[in-house]
Structures are given as structure tokens and as C-alpha cells.
Write a protein that binds this ligand. Structure first.
Ligand SMILES: [Zn+2]
Ligand SMILES: [Zn+2]
Length: 286
């Protein structure tokens, strides 16, 4: 679990009322448009969470003492501590509903960023399990259950109705930010191999081609799948086999995550960064 605490956000202890137990957890979304910039820049996620708290504190009608949610989940799989455990939410609609369920908000909205990433769903799941260890019952519901609202949006609500399963069961466990060494994928025997030379060529050429065109799709696809599992690439870009500008930006983010900066994080795959990605997501580099 990749937890971002209130202290890390620079917030004081929550003054929200205590709530030792609930029937379960309700899932929310932002309800307004959310920028797809969040996909490219985790700093934007941090700013988004801080803006949500500021908006809630400024809401005179509700007279909030704190951000309304117990936790929030970003596209990169981080779980942000809102009110945290043992606190009543202010997000579910009325006092009875707030006593009934804790609340987790995924950073997707009504337009722009509407599709949760696998990493985001994992983070919501992390939050549900954390709340369950601290008094939440088994129920998993959406804000719209028992209250007239579109929240948490179609995509999230469909996932909630399925019981909010942890996605990516085939990928190395994302919980704990854990780096299970070369856990690999279930493609037993025939391990996918990716050519570094072909991939680097595609990363230089594909952004100049027309949208979705690709030079070496068979080499690009496993890398896109790995970037998607890392929460760096979403939606239709994730599997098109084209190393276009969106994929270049996602790869640059992977490089920065490994500590590269400047020209070493230009989004063109190098051997070291690609081998690390492959070791984590089950492909070899030739
Ligand atoms: Zn809601
Ligand atoms: Zn993020």
C-alpha cells in the first residue's frame, strides 16, 4: 500500500467526529470534470487532494471541519489519508448515511479523467481493507446507494457492483508498493521478449506518425501493458501498440520514478530502465 499520510500533506490531526465502526465503505468520485493531466503528473494529484480539502473547508453550508472523505485514491495507486480511520465521513449525504459507511473518493470525475486506472482501483481496495481492519463492516457500496446522485460514476459503480475486486491479479502484487522480485506473469514457459533496439526506434518514430500508427507493435504492447499496470498509462492508449507521444510521456515518468532526471528521463527506453520494467512485469529484454 502506498499511503500518503496527513502529516506528509502538511495537515493537522482531523477534528472530525469519532466513528468507531460502520456497515462498510462507500465509494465516491469527484462529480466534476477532472483533468487528464493527473495521469502524467503525480504532483497534480497531490494538488488535487489539497484543493478538495480547501473546497470542503470553505463550504459554509456543510460547515465541514475537514476534508469529507476518509481516504482518496489517485491514478498512480497512492492512497491519501483524509479523515483516516475511526472518523465519521461527511460525504455520504446525511448524518445517518455518514454513520453507516466510511467514504473513499477516487480521483476521477464526470468528464476528462473518467476511467479509473488499475492502480487507482487497487488503492481504493487498499483503503477498503485498511478501514475493515479498523471497524468497517463488509459492505461495499456507491454514494448513489441510498442517495440521489450520479456518484461514483458509471465505471466505478460497475466495479463496486462486482464487489470491488483487486485488478491485475496477474501482475505482481501492487499493494505495499512491494517490489516482488521478478514475480512475472502467468505466461508460463513462453516469456515475452522485447527488443530494446526496435522499441527505441518506435519511441523515436511513432510520435511523428498518424495517431495510433506503430512501427513495432509486438515490442510496444508488453511495455504499454507494464506502464498501464504501473498506473502511468490509461484507456485506449494502453494497448494500441504505438509508442506515441502519450506513451513517451508515460515512459519518461517511469524513468523519473527510477530516479533519472533531465535527458536520462526523455521517455526513450534505455536498457536499465527497460530491464527493471520487464523484471517487474514479466518480459525479457533483448
Ligand atoms: Zn459521492
Ligand atoms: Zn497520483
Amino acid at each position: 500500500m502506498k499511503l500518503v499520510t496527513r502529516a506528509q500533506l502538511g495537515w493537522p490531526a482531523s477534528q472530525a467526529p469519532a466513528q468507531a465502526g460502520t456497515k462498510g465503505v462507500k465509494v465516491h468520485y469527484e462529480g466534476s470534470p477532472v483533468s487528464t493531466e493527473l495521469l502524467k503528473d503525480h504532483d497534480a494529484c497531490v494538488a488535487e487532494v489539497k484543493a478538495i480539502r480547501a473546497a470542503h473547508l470553505a463550504n459554509k453550508k456543510e460547515n465541514y471541519s475537514d476534508i469529507a472523505y476518509n481516504y482518496l485514491a489517485c491514478p498512480h495507486g497512492y492512497l491519501f489519508e483524509g479523515r483516516g480511520t475511526g472518523r465519521r465521513t461527511g460525504a455520504n449525504g446525511d448524518q445517518a448515511l455518514n454513520r453507516g459507511h466510511y467514504a473513499i473518493c477516487a480521483l476521477v470525475g464526470s468528464a476528462g479523467l473518467t476511467q479509473p486506472t488499475d492502480a487507482m482501483l487497487s488503492a481504493v481496495r487498499d483503503g477498503i481493507e485498511l478501514l475493515r481492519r479498523n471497524g468497517a463492516g463488509d459492505e461495499i457500496k456507491g454514494h448513489r446507494d441510498g442517495y440521489a446522485t450520479s456518484c461514483p460514476g458509471e465505471a466505478l459503480y460497475a466495479w463496486v457492483r462486482k464487489g470491488a475486486p483487486r485488478p491485475n491479479a496477474t501482475a505482481p502484487a501492487p499493494a505495499g508498493g512491494g517490489t516482488k522480485p521478478s514475480a512475472g506473469t502467468p505466461s508460463a514457459g513462453t516469456k515475452t521478449s522485447v527488443s530494446l533496439a526496435r522499441l527505441a526506434t518506435a519511441a523515436r518514430r511513432d510520435p511523428g506518425l498518424k495517431q495510433g500508427a506503430s512501427t513495432y507493435p509486438a515490442d510496444v504492447r508488453p511495455v504499454e501493458a507494464a506502464l498501464r499496470a504501473e498506473g502511468l498509462l490509461a484507456g485506449s492508449y494502453a494497448t494500441d501498440g504505438s509508442f506515441g507521444s502519450v506513451t513517451v510521456r508515460a515512459y519518461a515518468q517511469w524513468q523519473r520514478r527510477l530516479g533519472y532526471t533531465g535527458a536520462a528521463a526523455d521517455g526513450i527506453p534505455g536498457r536499465a530502465s527497460l530491464q527493471k520494467l520487464g523484471a517487474k512485469h514479466g518480459f525479457t529484454v533483448t
